[in-house]
Design a protein around this ligand. Structure first.
Ligand SMILES: Nc1nc2c(ncn2[C@@H]2O[C@H](COP(=O)(O)OP(=O)(O)OP(=O)(O)O)[C@@H](O)[C@H]2O)c(=O)[nH]1
Ligand SMILES: [Mg+2]
Length: 610
């Protein structure tokens, strides 16, 4: 809904012939495009809208993240699915930057930076060259504390699974000493459609994982549980671990039915893929995971998308059909009667315009209220941050006891805690804001829909046509808000230099003076970081409202213009080309009937996937 910086889509090639089940939606789509093309220049905009739906249908892409505590084997699992040790793995906490895996014929890396710095692209024919380069950007070792300023990385790779329109995402492990990794992953959840959640038996589910899982469940409708590293366990131990995990998921996390939980050895799975050992692929449990994913991608994901897109197509076709019938009516009605109805319709449009203006006023009022709420929250955050960082400084000074505090120790303690603190706060703020903004906009959207429907309804009523209300497709118009990529936290204080006079003061006073100076510097840090966050959120809010507002105007104007246009064009034809009217009536009748048939063909997609 806010920021639009999504990773670039890669044009996915068509799926292999044997994979998809027979599916009439693309052919219905092709027919709709063809028929709209024959309707002439007044329907160019409709054709473009249909084309956009067709592109989404062809390029459908699904974000599937791999989540879990550090060192559970997330990167190894992805490597096994890719069939290559492409992502760096290690015995120490490693992945620090979210990594998106797309399909492409040639292996390639895109490194996307913070602060709008242009992205870097690396092409490498061999997977191992890619891995070496990748490690320089995504690992804590190659890119300590993300000093390269990387926002995220896209890896393009020709793995068969990726051809199915799924984007796999490797995420930084939660719960490691690099706390900002946890927060970055949490903030990033809103970009995922589903996730594989990885745990292992040793240690069993930790408290950090339980808390994380609760949050993940709140945000993601679909989760697959995976118990990794079962090669360490005997068959009896596997059963015990599985039972324990299931119980924990039910009792601690509240997952009613966590089945199926996949038992795998990602490491053996990767070895199996590298050596082409299909038996090992089966016994590693990876075959089960892959089959399940493929099944899911083919059925659930496709069905959900098709339902949404079929609904949009029906709306568009219903709208075109109404306009065709309006034109037909306008060709058939006695002229005086037509003009009278036209005038009545113009009056209705003028009323709708008044209502649009008051809707815009109400939206502007809500916009102001949201901005005020943001200011209040920023102020509360400043207070919390001050308290938190002063406490950290105080604790560090206390640890130094009677000795004079070590400047670097204070700076290090603050630098360590700042990203985690602000990432967490950013997540909280953006989630709450996202909710408030979408609630507000949902109410406005509903009013706008009613207004637009009223225009169509009036036209239908005045011209005595059958009226079909549009399907609501709100749920599928929400955009993502990839906040997590946009922030860099300021962590450094200016040098902490004792003044000359300090040397002549007793140590106790020197400490107090230093603490005071430190407070001033902390204040500057707090103000700067909160300001970054406030400013970015405000920009996103303004942008979201602006976009919404102009989309609203545009939709109403389009509906009004298209409806008016249909009537006027027909009227003009009657005046100027009386001889062609009969032919046009026949054409319009045929086109409207065809569109009705297409809509009927699309109906089954709204309830189930035929
Ligand atoms: N025995 C065994 N070791 C595994 C398995 N899967 C991964 N490992 C090892 O576990 C360690 C961590 O694996 P990674 O894939 O780097 O784990 P990760 O979850 O991506 O870790 P972070 O990126 O730090 O969050 C590596 O040494 C892997 O070789 C497995 O199935 N069995
Ligand atoms: Mg990793």
């Amino acid at each position: 809904m806010f920021d639009t910086r999504l990773p670039q889509a890669v044009n996915l090639p068509p799926m292999p012939d044997q994979v998809p089940p027979p599916n009439p939606l693309p052919s219905l789509m092709a027919q709709a495009l063809e028929q709209t093309a024959q309707l002439g220049p007044d329907f160019v905009a409709d054709r473009q809208k249909l084309q956009a739906i067709a592109t989404r249908l062809a390029e459908e892409r699904f974000h599937l993240a791999v989540l879990g505590q550090f060192k559970r084997g997330k990167s190894t699992l992805l490597n096994a699915l890719l069939g290559q040790p492409l992502l760096p793995t290690s015995v120490v906490p490693l992945t620090a930057i979210p990594t998106f895996l797309f399909y492409a014929g040639t292996p390639q890396l895109h490194i996307v930076y913070h602060n709008g710095h242009p992205a870097d692209t690396f092409t490498a024919p061999h997977a191992n060259e890619l891995t070496t380069t990748l490690a320089q950007f995504v690992t804590e070792e190659g890119n300590p504390h993300n000093h390269r300023n990387v926002a995220y990385v896209e890896v393009c790779y020709p793995a068969p699974l990726l051809r199915r329109g799924v984007v796999l995402i490797d995420t930084p492990g939660i719960g490691s000493t690099f706390r900002h990794n946890t927060e970055a992953t949490l903030n990033f959840l809103s970009q995922c459609d589903a996730a594989l959640f990885l745990v292992s038996a040793d240690p069993p589910l930790t408290e950090v994982e339980v808390e994380f899982l609760k949050e993940v469940r709140r945000q993601l409708a679909r989760l697959f549980f995976i118990l990794n590293k079962v090669d360490y366990l005997t068959p009896a131990e596997r059963q015990t671990s599985l039972r324990f995990l299931k119980k924990m998921l039910q009792e601690q996390v509240g997952v009613e039915n966590p089945e199926p939980i996949f038992c795998i050895s990602a490491r053996q799975g990767l070895a199996a893929r590298q050596t082409g050992d299909s038996q090992l692929w089966q016994s590693s449990g990876m075959a089960g995971v892959e089959d399940h994913l493929v099944q899911f991608l083919v059925s659930d994901k496709t069905a959900a998308l098709q339902t949404a897109l079929a609904g949009k197509m029906i709306n568009l076709l219903a709208d075109i059909s109404l306009r065709l019938r309006l034109a037909l009516r306008s060709l058939q009605l006695p002229l005086a009667d037509l003009d009278q109805r036209r005038q009545l319709f113009e009056q209705k449009l003028a009323e709708a315009e008044q209502q649009r203006l008051s809707a815009q006023d109400r939206l502007a009022g809500d916009h102001r209220r949201l901005a005020t709420l943001l200011e209040e929250q920023a102020e509360q955050l400043r207070q919390r941050a001050r308290q938190h960082f002063n406490q950290i400084a105080q604790n560090t000074l206390d640890k130094a006891g009677q000795q004079l505090p070590d400047e670097q120790a204070v700076q290090a303690a603050l630098a360590e805690s700042i990203p985690g603190f602000f990432e967490w706060e950013l997540g909280q703020l953006s989630r709450e804001f996202e909710q408030r903004v979408s609630q507000t906009l949902a109410a406005h959207r509903q009013q706008a829909d009613t207004l637009i429907e009223a225009v169509r309804h009036n036209a239908a009523e005045l011209f005595e046509l059958a009226y079909q209300p549009l399907n609501s497709d709100d749920a599928f118009t929400a955009e993502r808000q990839p906040y997590w990529v946009t922030h860099q936290w300021r962590t450094s204080l200016s040098p902490f230099s004792p003044q000359l006079i300090d040397h002549f003061l007793p140590q106790r006073w020197q400490r107090a003076r230093r603490l005071n100076r430190l407070r001033g510097q902390i204040e500057a840090l707090v103000l700067r970081n909160v300001e970054n966050l406030r400013w970015a959120t405000l920009q996103n809010l303004d942008q979201a409202i602006r976009r919404f507002s102009s989309a609203l105007d545009e939709r109403l104007q389009d509906t009004a213009a298209a409806t008016q246009g249909a009537i006027q064009a027909a009227r003009q034809q009657r005046q100027e080309h009386v001889d062609t009217v009969t032919g046009t009536v026949a054409q319009l009748e045929a086109a409207a009937t065809n569109l009705d048939q297409l809509q009927a063909g699309l109906q089954p997609f709204l309830t189930s996937n035929p």
